[in-house]
Design a protein around this ligand. Structure first.
Ligand code: GAR
Length: 360
């Protein structure tokens, strides 16, 4: 799980264990946090300083290079694990840095057993993955969620470095359901980590939760008349109306988040390469309706979620990124859906930020 130290800046599990024991003996507390910390910015520094004040020593667990590639895409990390560790160790608030190769932090938390575990403010204790939460509860580790610094994120830094002004990028979200993904996107926008703003939320369903989410965040929630009772369809007139409204709003990126109708021209042609969809399976497996039920019925051991570009097919466009979710022995439709949602809430805002930073 941990990588043996290859530089003086990366500590071994034994060194961390020794630090923990020394602290415990003196009734002092070890704080652990984890993350990628690819390009250090003031948001990181303030977060780490605050984490350090919660206890008497701070250990930062950073993802190894391979797991960063898996999590963030082939262009990352910008800096190697040993360089990231060296930068972090130069901060007065950081005592030790360890590297872990898993996508999840569960094993490293279990190995280090800190007194306090901190996460950035885009997580709430409820949105920690089940496995992590169960372990922290079992070990009696205190969980502290620290606020992120608005406008300070690695994606925003990368966008600035690439010379693009993404502050004015405008997103429209389309959804038919309760809007938990819309909420995650709006939270990322509020934290400044999206590189754009949500200009409007469209729903084909009167009274849908996603419209309430829109009003909660002060974003226009707009009803789209599908023009037909037929499931999954929008009439030509409705599609034309949608394309016109998106253009009038100056939308740069269209984001489908649980939108249960198929998009066609003129929306597709007007927004080619700029429409994203989220699907709760590892496409191309289980496209279309009820993918989670199909996953369970097929006895799959693993599923996940996919973000892809929208083309004229149903869930057939180019896959941008996926996150895997294991199927557990006793999973019900509800429990599996809820774990996929957790993965979606992490994945979608991140992919949207990446797409916005690449827009011409
Ligand atoms: C999400 O799980 C999304 O993947 C799925 O609808 C849910 C919407 O939840 N989308 C599809 O099935 C599209 N084919 P939300 O309204 O809470 O964001």
């Amino acid at each position: 799980m941990t990588q043996s130290p290859s530089t003086p800046f990366i500590s071994s599990p034994e060194e961390v264990a020794a630090l923990r024991e020394d602290l415990s003996r003196e009734g002092k507390k070890l704080v652990l946090t984890n993350g990628v910390f690819d390009i250090l910015h003031v948001g990181h520094v303030r977060y780490l300083n605050e984490a350090r004040t919660l206890g008497d020593a701070l250990v930062v667990a950073i993802n190894g290079d391979e797991s960063v590639r898996e999590l963030k895409g082939p262009g990352r990390p910008v800096n190697t694990a040993s360089d990231r560790a060296e930068m972090l160790r130069a901060l007065r608030c950081v005592d030790l840095v360890v590297v872990f190769e898993d996508r999840r932090a569960t094993a490293i938390i279990d190995a280090i057993r800190p007194h306090i575990y901190t996460k950035g403010g885009d997580y709430s204790p409820e949105s920690l993955i089940d496995e992590e939460k169960a372990l922290l509860d079992r070990l009696g580790i205190e969980i502290r969620i620290l606020a992120l610094v608005p406008g300070q994120s690695t994606s925003a830094t990368l966008a600035k470095l690439s010379g693009e002004d993404t502050r004015g990028r405008r997103i429209a979200i389309l959804g038919s359901g309760r809007g938990s993904n819309a909420r995650a996107i709006l939270e990322a926008a509020a934290a400044g980590s999206l590189g754009g703003e949500v200009a409007a939320i469209f729903s084909d369903t009167k009274g849908a939760g996603i419209l309430e989410v829109a009003s909660e965040f002060g974003v226009p929630g707009l009803l789209l008349d599908p023009g037909t009772e037929k499931k999954g369809r929008l009439t030509d007139a409705s599609l034309k109306e949608l394309a016109d409204r998106l253009l009038a709003l100056g939308i740069d990126l269209v984001v489908c988040a649980g939108f249960m109708r198929v998009l066609r021209d003129p929306v597709l042609s007007r927004f080619r390469g700029r429409i994203l969809n989220l699907h709760p399976s590892l496409l191309p497996r289980h496209p279309g309706l009820n993918p989670v039920a199909k996953t369970l019925a097929a006895g799959d051991r693993e599923t996940g979620c996919t973000v892809h570009l929208v083309d004229s097919g149903v869930d057939t466009g180019k896959i941008l990124r996926q996150e895997r979710v294991p199927v557990l022995e006793n999973d019900s439709l509800e429990s599996l859906t809820s774990r996929i949602h957790e993965a979606e809430h992490r994945l979608y805002p991140d992919v949207i930020a990446e797409q916005l930073s690449h827009l011409p």
